[in-house]
Write a protein that binds this ligand. Sequence first.
Ligand code: C2E
Ligand code: MG
Ligand code: MG
Length: 415
Amino acid sequence: MLLDAEKHQKQFSIIYIDIDNFKFVNDKYGHEIGDELLKAISAKFNYLIAIALKRNDMPFVYRLSGDEFIIMLPEYDNDSASQVCNKILKLFTNGFNFERGHFAVTASLGLASYPQDGSSITQLISNADLAMYQAKNTGKNRLAHYSNELAKNDRQLKEIEFLLKEINPEAELSLNYMPVIDHADNVKGCEALLRWHSPQIGPVSPAVFIPIAEETGVFEMIDLWVIEQSFKDYPQLQSILGEQLQVSINISSAEVHSDNFIHKLKTLCHQYGITPGDFVLEITETFAMEQSSDAIQWLERLRQLGFKIAIDDFGTGYTSLMQMVDYPVDIIKFDKQLVERITQTERRHLAKALIDLCHIQSIQVVAEGIETSEQSRCLWQADCDIQQGFLIAKPMPIDTLKQWLEEHRYLERVV
Ligand code: C2E
Ligand code: MG
Ligand code: MG
């Protein structure tokens, strides 16, 4: 096809397809049903493509491996190939049905076209694959086109991945602290927030590099560095912000189940003479959703060491509060988006109800992302325990905490 296109200056397109949630079918119904589903999907692809191309002189649908397919569309440009892609997606409206039943699978599609998206087959397939990943990452069950923008992002991510593996923590990592207050405006604690300044590419946000660190396995080294650094900083933090200070540390969700992590944590506590009760370990809601009994046991072990456990970013996932309050946690942190929603006038009654529900289960509520005094007032009225947000303080290096505290106390007196 490539030779023909080169010779006669024609276009063609490649669709890369990955079936979403296919593993679920194998796990739940067994491999035999999984195989049959793949055959049924292939048959529908073949049928659809034969009609679209009006030719069957050679195969156009290929199975690469597992649940991955490639479809070749000779003489199709990007636009006409998109239309075929939409028809493929339609096969999966409401899942996929065939004589063995109804299966909740969908498809993620990536599209690359010759000549603009590549001049060799390897390049075109790999670019269609990259686009397919984009479709997966933006919510599955959709089509994504390959583009230079996509390739640029991918190169950046790969560079971050590479630089993370080579990281020199002492020279490149640092911690900022973000103070939090109670209703009486006392500083109750602070959250340790990691900063990475790469000598090659400058500052990189933790929201960008933490997920990459989790995928590539360097998160444990980073988490342990953060823990050790905040243990080292604790006496100084106490001397500035108060004896009763609680320091919150974010733990990668990839850490869950790790015995090694618990072991290292214990060692560091001994080494720095730390009382675990002075620290809160924050785990994101997405992890908590897994709800496996293993994960619960792992959290229980951390609690038995004396650490407090907080569920971070509550409100961004799809966990119900009822599930959450059954979890072995001490603190729930309402995410910025949730805070915005429940402080809107017509939803205020919700704030109080949500917080009461947590209190009944002896769970403390921290509201994050407080940016306006209106939000702050509304949540204090609803009995929220702790507030954190730019209204109170931004994350800052340890050296500037003292100055912040003086200004904060001054403002408190004059307002
Ligand atoms: P997070 O744990 O939910 O941390 C709060 C994030 O929200 C911080 O961003 C903070 O600067 C920001 N924030 C707090 N209040 C406000 C506000 O009022 N307005 C706005 N616009 N933003 C606010 P940051 O420091 O960029 O951290 C992003 C995320 O990266 C964290 O979310 C956490 O999930 C992760 N992270 C940060 N440090 C670490 C770390 O040491 N280890 C691990 N595993 N993850 C970390
Ligand atoms: Mg956090
Ligand atoms: Mg948070």
